[in-house]
Design a protein around this ligand. Structure first.
Ligand code: SP5
Ligand code: ZN
Length: 342
């Protein structure tokens, strides 16, 4: 299986994040990607290639152009406002506030285009996020060229980012951009299976009214875990997309045995849907030692996950999402890829 990765993705290097009422060391850090890359090399997963530079169009197929422009221009505006540290939003246009004002101030714009205060934006964030999206697009192209699988070593991750907002360490929704690209270049039915520990709210919302992109997600119950406000079992799609979204919220403490019934159900949906290709939003944060998560996967369970996904029997694009136990991240990720490759 080919892996796509570019060093440009390392340029987003947040120092701190707001969590638990404190500024804490950031967990979505460049060493995550470096660790996975090292393990892909040492365990000989396959060739490692650099992404192509894609035009902006595939990004605009998923994200609002003004949002992409905001990300692109952000750092210059931030500097012009006299700031230099990495940025955090802190005010949002929630219920009862005006949604329809084009504000000038950078703090207003940060709130307009974000969902949380836990996602630092820095000087190179857009550059790295764009390289991460290009990584997913390049890997998607391998599927269009007839490869049975490909691994997009994406970082920063993507599945929390929506049409016009960032959050959850995500800026551009790599999996969604890849899925839409597969649709635009000839495939008719795409399934996205999101196995990150957190619900993929951005991806779900982007395709909620569409039958051509099935969204399945298994994750920690949002009543008890980020992102809190989406990812419940009664969210099943709307309009033409009714029935084409499925969520399996699971309790904190879930281990492989208690995870399996949800995974089997998701696989049954995949069998019925018969996608032309599957995009796996691959988070490794279900791991027992993940520093911010509450599931209990062991490293060998990630091999089982890969083996099970192989049995679905469709061309599969793996797009990396979360996973913050850096020491084990390479092992857990490559366990999935090897389990899949057999
Ligand atoms: C892509 C992805 O996995 N994003 C995750 C975003 C999670 N953001 C909320 C982090 C809250 C951390 N709270 C730490 C609690 C442990 N004491
Ligand atoms: Zn996650």
């Amino acid at each position: 299986m080919k892996t796509v990765f570019s060093d440009t993705q390392l340029a987003h290097a947040p120092k701190q994040e707001i969590s638990d009422g404190e500024l804490k060391p950031a967990v979505e850090v460049p060493s995550r990607a470096e660790m996975v890359l090292e393990t892909v090399k040492s365990r000989k997963v396959g060739e490692i290639v650099s992404p192509d530079d894609f035009p902006i169009r595939p990004l605009h197929r998923v994200h609002a152009p003004d949002y992409v422009g905001f990300l692109e221009d952000f750092w210059d505006k931030w500097l012009a406002a006299g700031r230099s540290n990495e940025a955090f939003p802190f005010v949002w246009p929630i219920r009862s506030l005006r949604q329809d004002i084009d504000v000038n101030h950078i703090d207003g714009l940060l709130g307009r285009y974000s969902m949380d205060a836990g996602t630092p934006l820095g000087e190179n964030t857009f550059k790295a996020a764009r390289a991460s999206a290009d990584t997913a697009l390049t890997a998607a192209k391998f599927l269009l060229d007839g490869e049975q699988s490909a691994f997009a070593l994406c970082r920063p991750p993507g599945h929390h980012a929506g049409f016009d907002f960032f959050g959850g360490y995500c800026f551009l929704n790599n999996a969604a951009i890849a899925a839409q690209y597969l649709r635009d270049y000839g495939l008719h039915r795409i399934a996205i299976l999101d196995v990150d520990y957190h619900h993929g709210n951005g991806t779900q919302a982007l395709f909620y009214d569409r039958p051509d992109i099935l969204f399945l997600s298994i994750h920690a119950d949002p009543k008890d875990e980020y992102p809190y406000f989406l990812g419940y079992a009664d969210e099943t799609g709307e309009h033409a997309g009714t029935g084409f979204t499925r969520n399996w919220p699971l309790p904190l403490g879930t281990d492989w045995d208690s995870y399996t019934p949800a995974l089997e159900e998701a696989c049954r949906w995949l069998l019925v849907y018969k996608p032309d290709a599957m995009v796996v939003s691959l988070g490794m944060d279900c791991y027992e030692n993940d520093p911010i998560s509450g599931f209990r996967f062991k490293s060998e369970d990630f091999s089982r996950l890969g083996e099970r996904l192989k049995k679905v029997g469709v061309p599969t694009l793996f797009v990396m999402e979360g996973g913050y136990a850096v020491d084990a991240l390479g092992t857990n990720c490559v366990n999935v890829l090897e389990g899949f490759a057999g």
